[in-house]
Design a protein around this ligand. Structure first.
Ligand code: KIV
Ligand code: NA
Length: 275
């Protein structure tokens, strides 16, 4: 049985083969992604993707724990990282540690992710010094959607230097990797060259040390959400819709269930059928 990858092993991949990362929120999807991924993130995007929330702001620690436990049961090889939800870590380093410890103890994850750069550096230092490996997240940080006033590309103007400082600050504070979300390619390249830890890009070009996508987005399962940075590797939503329409039609016409789906009077063994 494969041993799971560790945060130091992920850090050491910088400058070597690209890090392959996806989100998962359930056991069956975790089983599908595990053989192909280095990192599986239980993202707070679960709130939008599976719970119909408009933003990630309403996601709770209990939701992250429940989805984390489900994902844990589906992983063998990938490093499991769980997002700290909005409101669970910003107040103080102590609050962050208390909730990170709950995530690790109750889900079995080996690391947590939190959003923020320079402002979170102290918290990242506090957590890493106490046995909690931290993946950071800078650039577009969706929990700050209200402060940003939307989900626009970050780092095209004066905020360029701020994002460079954020990435350096989280690296120096001890984060083992950092997600770079929705920033222009030159900035992503510059940061990747500047810092000692792997950059995991989403909407941040192939200059990053690794890539991550929301699995439901790349599978075409999540509605009409089609940002430029998501490549649709499948259209499972269309396939599911067609299958459901066919089922409805066959029930309407009494073509389903057919003979092979129906139980007779006698057990299969008596009829000589395979059981
Ligand atoms: O919540 C999430 O899915 C994320 C990734 C997109 C990085 O934070
Ligand atoms: Na997230």
């Amino acid at each position: 049985q494969a041993r799971a990858l560790t945060p130091p092993e992920i850090s050491q991949r910088k400058g070597k083969a690209p890090l392959i990362c996806l989100t998962a929120y359930t056991t069956p999807i975790a089983k599908l992604v595990d053989p192909h991924c280095d990192v599986v993130l239980v993202g707070d995007s679960v709130g939008m993707v599976l719970h119909g929330l408009a933003t990630t702001l309403g996601v709770t620690l209990d939701m992250m724990i429940m989805h984390g436990q489900a994902v844990r049961r589906g992983l063998e090889r990938a490093l499991m990282v769980v997002d700290m939800p909005f409101g669970s870590y910003e107040e103080s380093s102590e609050q962050a540690f208390r909730n990170a410890a709950r995530l690790m103890a109750e889900t079995g994850c080996a690391a947590v992710k939190l959003e923020g750069g320079e402002a979170m550096a102290g918290t990242i230092r506090f957590l890493t010094a106490r046995g909690v490996p931290v993946m950071a997240h800078v650039g577009l940080t969706p929990q700050a959607v209200n402060a940003f006033g939307g989900y626009r590309v970050q780092g095209r103007g004066e905020d360029r230097e701020r994002i460079r400082r954020d990435a350096s600050a989280v690296a120096e504070a001890g984060a083992f990797a950092v997600v770079l979300e929705k920033v222009p390619e030159p900035l992503a390249r510059r940061i990747t060259e500047e810092i000692a830890i792997p950059t995991i890009g989403i909407g941040a070009s192939s200059a990053c040390d690794g890539q991550i996508l929301v699995v439901d987005d790349m599978l075409g399962l999540f509605g009409d959400f089609r940002p430029k940075f998501v490549k649709r590797y499948a259209e499972l939503g269309d396939a599911a819709s067609a299958a459901i329409a066919t089922y409805a039609q066959e029930v309407r016409e009494r073509r389903f269930p057919a003979a092979e789906h129906v139980f007779g009077d006698m057990p299969k063994a008596v009829r000589g059928e395979k059981t």
